[in-house]
Design a protein around this ligand. Structure first.
Ligand SMILES: NC(=O)c1ccc[n+]([C@@H]2O[C@H](COP(=O)([O-])OP(=O)(O)OC[C@H]3O[C@@H](n4cnc5c(N)ncnc54)[C@H](OP(=O)(O)O)[C@@H]3O)[C@@H](O)[C@H]2O)c1
Length: 329
């Protein structure tokens, strides 16, 4: 197994290395890849020193799997070149997600769709992954009619430069502006670019990707995505209207038995999911479960996950693990 991590010097890339280590992902050779700016830089993984290489060299090495986290344009240009030499690309950017010829995979939900001929596999948007994983078993049991979701997303979702902006503002130092406004002590109802319909691209990703992953265009989704000055993970308030009525105790049981989901719902003891407690964890945390008393068959819930973990690195590594286990690579 020759494995390439493209974008290895970035936030998601370094998280991927941590997850590969924690999961003991089996490989014989590791290629750490970044832009030409970083080529030649030394990085240490599992006590071994690696030299960062550029994309051209990485393609010539014909890795078996390449996990990409280097932005959409890099992925659009380079993923097909890797696929051409036989590499399976698992891509964290939004470049291929809505391409009808590419699978959009959350392993616990739809890894079974993967086939040996899939050479570019898309990792969904971080906010989408945690929501669909929390809802999947409930959808199977009750059917979902409509989801109204509002997010509270960590600055780590924008990458290293955004964390630097927030930390510089916090320290009272001049900051290189990644966001159009100050982010520390502020919130921005603006993630990714505004679309002609008034929604942001991030909001449209949540809407479209949810339908694709569930394979169900009839699910109605509306989203408001918001950046908040946290770093541990993304939080979401979801209002979910089911097709059938539900029993709250049964909902708790289903969630507590859903692989990859952890129920944290004990308000009497101030137990509920938070970014600080989800930080560096692979799971999606769910709590604040309560019936929406204003409408039938509707549940309110609070969903938190580390966007760099299940929202990106963990999900991508799990796809790689599935490919290896099922001899698809
Ligand atoms: N942050 C999240 O929560 C999250 C979640 C899901 C998906 N993603 C996606 O993952 C990707 C990376 O995000 P990030 O947060 O890790 O960003 P980041 O911290 O800014 O890191 C970007 C990485 O991409 C590399 N890169 C940039 N331009 C490149 C080029 N032309 N050729 C090769 N490598 C290049 C950078 O290398 P240098 O160091 O050499 O510049 C760096 O390793 C993005 O597509 C993002 O949308 C992020």
């Amino acid at each position: 197994m020759k494995l390439a991590v493209v974008g290895a010097t970035g936030l998601v890339g370094s998280e991927i290395l941590e997850v590969l280590d924690e999961h003991n992902f089996p490989f014989d050779e590791l290629l750490l890849v970044a832009s030409e700016r970083s080529a030649g830089k030394k990085m240490t993984f599992k006590g071994k020193e690696y030299t960062v290489i550029g994309l051209k060299q990485a393609v010539s090495e014909k890795p078996d799997i390449a996990i990409f986290s280097a932005g959409g344009s890099t992925s659009l240009e380079w993923a097909p070149q890797f696929a051409e030499v036989g590499t399976v690309v698992i891509d964290n950017s939004s470049a291929w997600r809505m391409d009808p010829t590419k699978k959009l995979v959350v392993p616990e939900i739809n890894a079974k769709e993967l086939k040996g001929e899939d050479k570019i596999i898309a990792n969904p948007n971080c906010s989408t992954i945690q929501m669909v994983l929390a809802l999947n078993k409930l959808r199977e049991r009750y059917g979902i009619k409509r989801i109204v979701v509002s997010t509270y997303q960590s600055v780590t979702g924008t990458g290293k430069a955004a964390v630097d902006q927030m930390m510089a503002e916090r320290a009272g130092q001049p900051a290189d502006m990644v966001y159009p406004h100050k982010i520390d002590l502020n919130i921005l109802p603006h993630i990714d670019v505004f679309q002609p319909n008034g929604y942001t691209k991030e909001e449209m990703k949540m809407i479209n990707e949810t339908k694709k992953i569930f394979g169900d265009d009839s699910i109605q989704v509306t989203a408001t995505t918001v950046r908040v000055p946290t770093i541990g993970g993304h939080s979401e308030s979801a209002n979910v209207e089911f097709k059938q009525d539900f029993d709250l105790e049964e909902v708790r049981k289903i969630l507590s038995e859903t692989p990859g989901v952890v129920l944290q719902d004990d308000p009497a003891n101030n137990v509920y999911p938070m970014p600080l407690t989800a930080h560096k964890k692979d799971e999606v945390f769910v709590g604040r479960l309560r019936r929406d008393e204003s409408q039938p068959n509707t549940l309110n819930m609070w969903i938190v996950a580390d966007n760099l973990r299940k929202g990106a690195a963990t999900n991508a590594v799990q796809i790689a693990e599935y490919l290896v286990e099922h001899r698809l690579v």
